[in-house]
Design a protein. Structure first.
Length: 150
């Protein structure tokens, strides 16, 4: 096998946790995309049956807003999360990266559950639990990396 890990003589066992967390994160992301598509298609059909025009981009359907926000929230944080988690795994601790990454991924998976399928003008306070959990974990990743640099 001609891989960077092979060239550096890195063992997959050391990074198996972060690999599983990354795969779980991607699975949750695509699950949220599938949910968004399902909601959109169902609403399109319901609007058509009522003789109304479904406006995916400028409509204010609360269920579509919730599905959209859940998927986009996951996407917005994906690059920084994966980058920090993998740097943490490589330079600080693969075990810590796995545990924190799993908590982060589980909290993102809970986002639509706490949103309860509907979103209005205000963000429900119960979402702050997920928001702060995510920011705390990203901060831990960054601070631990900075600690080894300084």
């Amino acid at each position: 096998m001609n891989s960077i890990a092979g060239a550096l003589d890195l063992k997959i066992e050391v990074f198996a946790g972060p690999v599983w967390v990354s795969l779980a994160y991607v699975a949750v992301y695509y699950g949220l995309m599938l949910n968004l598509m399902t909601v959109k298609l169902r609403l399109h059909r319901e609007y058509r049956e009522r003789g109304e025009v479904f406006d995916r981009y400028f409509g204010q359907d609360r269920e579509l807003l919730a599905a959209d926000r859940s998927q986009l929230n996951m996407l917005e944080h994906m690059p920084i999360f994966l980058l920090l988690m993998w740097m943490h795994a490589f330079f600080v601790s693969s075990f810590e990266a796995t545990v924190l990454g799993a908590i982060y991924t589980a909290s993102r998976a809970a986002y639509p559950l706490l949103l309860r399928g509907r979103m209005g003008n205000d963000i429900p306070k119960r979402l702050l639990l997920i928001t702060f959990t995510g920011y705390i974990i990203l901060t831990i990743f960054a601070v631990r990396l900075l600690m080894i640099l300084v």
